[in-house]
Design a protein around this ligand. Sequence first.
Ligand SMILES: Nc1ncnc2c1ncn2[C@@H]1O[C@H](COP(=O)(O)OP(=O)(O)OP(=O)(O)O)[C@@H](O)[C@H]1O
Ligand SMILES: [Mg+2]
Length: 248
Amino acid sequence: MTHTLAIHSSKGGTGKTSIAMNLAVAFAAEGKNTCLIDLDLRGPSLCSMFKPETRFWINDFISGRCSIKDTLTDIKKKMDTSGHLYLSFANPDIGEIRDLVSKDRNWQAGALKALMAGKRELEQNNMDVVIFDTSPGVEYESINAVAASDMVIIVHNDTNACTNCTEQLIKGVYSLLDKKCAVIDNMYHGNHLDLIERKRYGAPVLATIPCMCEIATKGKNEILVHTEPEHLFSKSIIAIKDKIKTMQ
Ligand SMILES: Nc1ncnc2c1ncn2[C@@H]1O[C@H](COP(=O)(O)OP(=O)(O)OP(=O)(O)O)[C@@H](O)[C@H]1O
Ligand SMILES: [Mg+2]
């Protein structure tokens, strides 16, 4: 059975894409066939890290122009993983992004249906893990990703703004959709690791990852789980992967 995770946050820049990418590599490295889908349709990221090897974007699939398989690029060889590691890229073209912003709720309901159908297609093709990297906040695309997932991973920064909005997301969105959720406290600035909470807003905390400048510098060009498995960030990602497996 395929396990589908939505990596989401209330605010932008909390570390969703960094965590989604490294988590995907970690799952594939242990032999799971993994697919990372860039559903941050408003601010695509994957295409700046890897080169798509197909002419179809995830946008084409959602709009009914191709099958989900047509959008996949396998980076198993590049990342030297034992499981397949597929990426599905979002189209960074500004015209495409503006077009998306103008879509109405009927179109978005169709987009959710497409996502659910895509999930089934991936399941039939022996995908073990599907990870949705999402846009922050409560735009339709993000809520569609959450609705189509089995579990939501909230990447959270310990700022007042993020805290207030995350609490609202959990109470007002995830609970209503009856989603299992867990929190990652990223970019943690405190010194008292012994005070780290095990639960936040009633959801389990999968990890507390310190703020480390080298994640921002190295992470631009490399996937730390792949290049530096002993790095604290990589170890946190492996621990997160193992905890997610126990929550399935
Ligand atoms: N623990 C960390 N310590 C320091 N820098 C980090 C950490 N985690 C992520 N970063 C850096 O923070 C920046 C934002 O990360 P990332 O792009 O993954 O966030 P995001 O939530 O996907 O952003 P967006 O909402 O714009 O999609 C990147 O430069 C990344 O390398
Ligand atoms: Mg991102």
